[in-house]
Write a protein that binds this ligand. Sequence first.
Ligand code: AMP
Length: 215
Amino acid sequence: MNSIPVIIFLGAPGAGKGTQAAYLSKLKSIPKISTGDMLRSAVQEDSPLGRKVQEIMKGGGLVDDQTMLNLILERIKKPDCKGGFILDGYPRNLKQAAQLEEMLPKDMRLIVINIQVSEEEVVKRIAGRRSCPKCGSVYNIYFHPPKDDEKCDLDGTPLVRRADDSEDVVRKRISTYKKETLPLIDFYKKKGVLTAINGIHQENVVADKIEEVMN
Ligand code: AMP
């Protein structure tokens, strides 16, 4: 039976993929794999991978497919992925989607959720986005502010702005998204596994809609 869920989140930068993937990860007790988070950790640790990808990320471009494939392969081999997993930020182009198909377990159920938000909204959201460098919690100083100034609600760590969240890099990331990632919508639509969700609503409303889809 096709029972192991593999859930892919698609959507422009700032659409809410990370937030919704985190909700769903808790709800379903399966790990959320965020390639962006993995790469940012590598940059922070100043590892060879981090040094290789730092400039590409700062410029809003995509890291090469082979590097990403190695990273994902290593991650989904881990025991916590045996019961399924959620992908946030992967695949990012058609080549990666084909590579993912090759490596996925045969007894899995693929669910692709496309979170739709306008470009204007995305730019606005990213301008206010802050995250905790310690636990990864994401806030927005306009829409979802932390309780105490710009500190993490969970551990009190001062929040930071992502290096690639400046407006010019965001525009570049959106243009990379349109050129490279948008074709995935048709790719998964043709396979009959795509569900579109309107991402303009409050986080909890979007989360409820996603839960409905999952059920
Ligand atoms: P994200 O947090 O998903 O917006 O990713 C931040 C940055 O990491 C992107 O702008 C890319 O430079 C890089 N990145 C993340 N995931 C991928 C991927 N699947 N393929 C290529 N580059 C990626």
